[in-house]
Write a protein that binds this ligand. Structure first.
Ligand SMILES: Cc1cc2nc3c(=O)[nH]c(=O)nc-3n(C[C@H](O)[C@H](O)[C@H](O)COP(=O)(O)O)c2cc1C
Length: 420
């Protein structure tokens, strides 16, 4: 039987399929950004403005897009980033995403606001799995979750530090996207007009578990833990983000976590250096896909500065807006060791569960390999600043040292903020 997912030629096609299947509220939760969506737009504009500079006649018949990340080999320079809503997009989407990542040989990050128990995702998903932690109102309680993820066996902990308070997501407020949700006339109409989602996702939860998805990976204090207390009000109160976190807290997490520790949501080079000083092994350079601070700096623009400041001390992953294999190669050329994807994988799983997630990764795989050929690169390690042209900075090349060597023209040019 032919795979219907093959008709999705790119991530934008998967997005369209997901949009058709999901309710407006769930789709916009995945798809839209905070406030005026300026960060979201500029994440894309910055990536689009960077050009790749092909080198020719390099015999690219044997291309390897594999990387080594934290001492482990992976088939692609990609990571599936944490997306808390995944369980509302597809029944047990976390397992589907983990399986797709495992099949492709890339790491999967389970969000703390996921709706499948972390132990189950680890057991059923397989592969390389990382656990992402948000710190809620009770910062001590969050350390309980760190210990649980450690005992469960996650290979890395990803501590998200860019969300000290609630995001101003006006689209969600208008759509009434509350978690746990309340049934309103608006949400009932939205659900009933999307029967594939209503039956295939919500119906399956109700059939299998007799209830809607919850948050089994967040430690609730005793007064909120009992099922009868699991009301929107109490959960929302307990889940208020914690605005007291500081570098000492990161040090405490470091002391508790024996394996790879990654700090997610770094945009300033000095913060990258501080994260390294606190013992982090890696960082994710991110503006949270434009979901938090709409006026945030753009990760791909900050990346070269961060790589210059801390690249020799930290593994650097970048995200926010990556939709094409060529985007991934731009990130790697500008100093990242890997690129994380959020929405691209969500669109896939929202369109068709594990098959859709596999398709999303396969699209990146094909695009990365094709782009490597087109720019004359055989392996990821040989990507450098010489492979990119930054906006407004067409390199001026001196005479090559010898007839066949590359000029290395980009090395001396400072990275400048993109003019729009
Ligand atoms: C719907 C959605 C939910 C997300 N949930 C989380 C989360 O629970 N924890 C977190 O650290 N980041 C979360 N993120 C941010 C992603 O991990 C990642 O930084 C971002 O999606 C990358 O940009 P991209 O979506 O353009 O690929 C979420 C992003 C989206 C779109």
């Amino acid at each position: 039987m032919s795979d219907p997912m093959r008709k999705a030629l790119n991530i934008a096609d998967l997005r369209r399929l997901a949009r058709r299947r999901l309710t407006k509220a769930v789709f916009e939760f995945c798809d839209r950004g905070s406030e005026d969506e300026i960060a979201m737009r500029d994440n894309r504009a910055a990536l689009d403005g960077i050009k790749l500079l092909p080198r020719v006649l390099t015999n690219v018949s044997a291309r390897d897009p594999g990387i080594t990340l934290f001492g482990k080999k992976h088939a692609l320079p990609l990571v599936i980033g944490p997306t808390g809503i995944a369980g509302w997009v597809w029944y047990r989407a976390e397992v589907a995403l983990a399986r797709a990542a495992a099949a492709a040989g890339i790491p999967f990050t389970l969000a703390s606001t996921s709706s499948t128990a972390m132990e189950k995702v680890l057991a059923e998903g397989g592969g390389t799995q990382w656990f992402q932690l948000y710190v809620w109102r009770d910062a001590e309680a969050a350390l309980t979750t760190v210990a649980r993820a450690r005992d469960a066996g996650f290979e890395a902990l990803v501590l998200t530090v860019d969300s000290p308070t609630y995001n101003n997501r006006e689209f969600d407020i208008r759509n009434g996207a509350n978690f746990p949700p309340r049934v309103t006339l608006q949400s009932a109409i939205d659900g009933l007009t999307h029967p594939r989602w209503l039956v295939g996702t919500i119906g399956r939860y109700l059939l299998a578990e007799g209830r809607l998805p919850r948050f089994p990976n967040i430690y609730f204090p005793p007064e909120a833990a009992a099922e009868k207390d699991y009301t929107a009000g109490k959960v929302a109160g307990f889940m208020s983000r914690n605005d007291t976190l500081d570098w000492d807290y990161l040090r405490r997490v470091r002391d508790l976590w024996p394996r790879t520790l990654i700090v997610k949501g770094i945009l300033h080079p000095d913060d990258a250096v501080k994260a390294a000083a606190c013992g982090a092994d890696g960082i994710i350079v991110s503006n949270h896909a434009g979901n938090v601070l709409d006026a945030a700096a753009i990760p791909i623009e900050m990346l070269p500065h961060i790589a210059a400041a801390a690249g020799n001390r930290l593994t650097i992953i970048v995200d926010s807006g990556f939709r094409r294999g060529s985007d991934v190669l731009k990130g790697l050329a500008l100093g990242a060791d890997a690129v994380a994807i959020g929405r691209a994988a969500l669109y896939g799983v929202g369109a068709a569960g594990e098959a859709g997630a596999r398709r999303a990764i396969a699209i990146f795989d094909a695009e990365i390999r094709r782009t490597m050929a087109n720019i004359g690169v055989r392996d990821i390690a040989s990507l450098s600043r010489d492979n990119v042209v930054l906006p407004g900075h067409v390199p001026s090349f001196g005479a090559p040292k010898d007839g066949l060597s590359a000029p290395g023209a980009n090395e001396t040019r400072p990275f400048t903020v993109i003019q729009r």
